[in-house]
Design a protein around this ligand. Structure first.
Ligand code: UD2
Length: 325
């Protein structure tokens, strides 16, 4: 992709009003790029885009990213240089309850967007995949070469979308970058479901001086990555000159246990009630960890926010407060 030769590059971000979407839009705007955001506000919030919407380089279209009648005119008008496709059904439990919706939001929309990219000569599509594609039995740290074993409709659809996009890459030369996010955390993550990201729930409860519940022994570990780093990764994948189509872990390569997280919370919220312990959740995995080296090699990307720093920023953010989890 040669950005210098393009008159005025414009990027499309689907799911722009979501947790990761809004941070990604802000990153792109900070670099001086023009962005069109699309969101149907099903799980995204306009509030998340309060800063972005004050930029003359940003416009927001309230629409379903899979509504071709709404999206096609945007491709016609803007001749996008790249698409960052984040719109999704984000809840794993919901994908079990609503498999048809999961199919549409997590697979079919990616196909629609890829075909529009080909039709309107938009070279690059960056897709939000998930570490969930690895399943529970892959060797740690997860490497992209591992045989994927999805354990949910959500993970299966994400994997299917990867395969389809990489098929378009091989067949038609689309640049398809599939980013497998590990446990993303940070400001604006919705804590309102028991299956929301654990750090969003813990933060919301600590901020209200309520006890948190640890399912299991607290020794389970995750590869938590700050949404700031994820936004930068998305932006770089979308705008850098050269990419190689493929699947890439977006992770830190560092395992953090819930007990370690709790120790940091206790410093941030001295006087908080002690954590309560409950049996492990069915289907929970004990450890998840990614190998970040492929993305490092392609984009020279590595996570820069330490876990303690990222948790502090989240704890000081006041937007989690007041929600009833
Ligand atoms: C799940 C999803 C992932 C993503 C993520 C939210 C799968 C395979 N993966 O992964 O796609 O949606 O959730 O970031 O389903 N926990 C507590 N107390 C709480 C909440 C959670 O102890 O109040 C535990 C939970 O049992 C687990 C760990 O914290 O052991 C992490 O839970 P999570 O839901 O944040 O993330 P994870 O990796 O299970």
């Amino acid at each position: 992709m040669n950005l210098e030769n393009d008159m005025a590059p414009v990027f499309l971000v689907t799911g722009a009003a979501g947790f990761i979407g809004s941070h990604s839009v802000e990153w792109l705007l900070r670099q001086g790029w023009a962005v069109v955001g699309v969101d149907n506000l099903r799980t995204g919030h306009l509030d998340n885009l309060a800063d972005a919407r004050s930029s003359p380089n940003f416009s927001l279209v309230i629409a379903d990213a899979g509504d071709e009648a709404a999206i096609r005119p945007l491709f016609q008008e803007h001749h996008f240089t790249g698409v960052l496709h984040l719109a999704a059904l984000v809840s794993v439990p919901e994908s079990f309850r609503e498999p048809d919706l999961n199919y549409r939001l997590n697979l079919a929309i990616a196909d629609t967007l890829a075909r529009l990219c080909l039709e309107f000569e938009c070279k690059r599509l960056v897709f939000a995949s998930s570490a969930a594609v690895y399943g529970t039995s892959a060797a740690l740290p997860n490497r992209e070469s591992a045989f994927p074993q999805p354990q949910s409709p959500y993970a299966a659809a994400k994997l299917a979308a990867e395969v389809m996009l990489l098929g378009y890459a091989a067949s038609y030369g689309l640049e398809a970058v599939c980013l497998r996010y590990f446990n993303v955390y940070g400001p604006r993550q919705d804590p309102s479901s028991p299956y929301s990201g654990v750090l969003s729930i813990f933060t919301s409860r600590f901020q209200r001086s309520l006890p948190v519940t640890i399912y299991g022994d607290g020794e389970q570990t995750r590869d938590f990555i700050s949404v700031r780093d994820v936004a930068r990764c998305n932006g770089q994948a979308l705008t850098c000159q050269e990419v190689v189509s493929g699947r890439y872990n977006v992770c830190t390569g560092q395992a953090v246990s819930l007990k370690q997280a709790l120790a940091i919370y206790q410093e941030l919220f001295p006087g908080a009630p002690p954590a309560e312990f409950a049996p492990s959740r069915i289907g929970d995995i004990q450890h998840s960890l990614g190998d970040p080296s492929s993305l490092q090699a392609m984009l020279q990307f590595s996570a820069q926010t330490s876990f303690a720093q990222g948790l502090r920023e989240l704890a000081l953010d006041n937007r989690c407060g007041g929600l009833d989890v």
